[in-house]
Ligand binder design. Sequence first.
Ligand SMILES: [Fe+2]
Length: 219
Amino acid sequence: MVAVKTLKDGRESREILLAFARSIKERDLVTYEHSRRVAVYAYRLASKLGWEHGQARDLALAALVHDLGKTWIANEILHKSAALSAEERRKMQRHPVIGARILIGCDVDPFYVETVLYHHERWDGQGYPSGLRGEAIPLSARILTVADVYDVLTSQRPYKEPFSSEMARERIGRDAGTSFDPTVVAAFVELLDTTPNFLLPCQPADLDQLAEITLLQLP
Ligand SMILES: [Fe+2]
């Protein structure tokens, strides 16, 4: 008899994603903490756009492993503080495909695969890996992109000081219609304007105390 591979059910998929999140924590704490903040931002933004709790939670789980592919990128590239060479950038830009392939290998729900695969696509078609444009990019990935960039902008990196939330809001607003889906940006800007202390603390201990983290049952 031929064995038929079946997709994992919802709970199994979520457990696999949480296991991968823990593996990211072991490999690269900076990426893990970034991913936890992005998960919360993505959850808030999806909720703002009218997604139900279960859908928003699944997006948060995808956010938690969105950079899973980076665990297979060499340390010299991953932790390089200077600008990447063209070849290094090409290798780094493989991470959405690597992450998606790992998830496909685990037969998780395709929702997670496509969200991870397309989180660096741009609304104007200039992103990677596929150069998808506009609504051809899954909405989950369009939401994740905004949450991801907001956290990158507001975080300290070896090569830059953190932006204030206000500066990040301005930058994301400026790139609506080029990098980002304008509808998603409009919701995000409204969310920022109506949520005091939207910006999450960078300290893991503080992050653990957030009710939203418990709600999402993130590790
Ligand atoms: Fe990424």
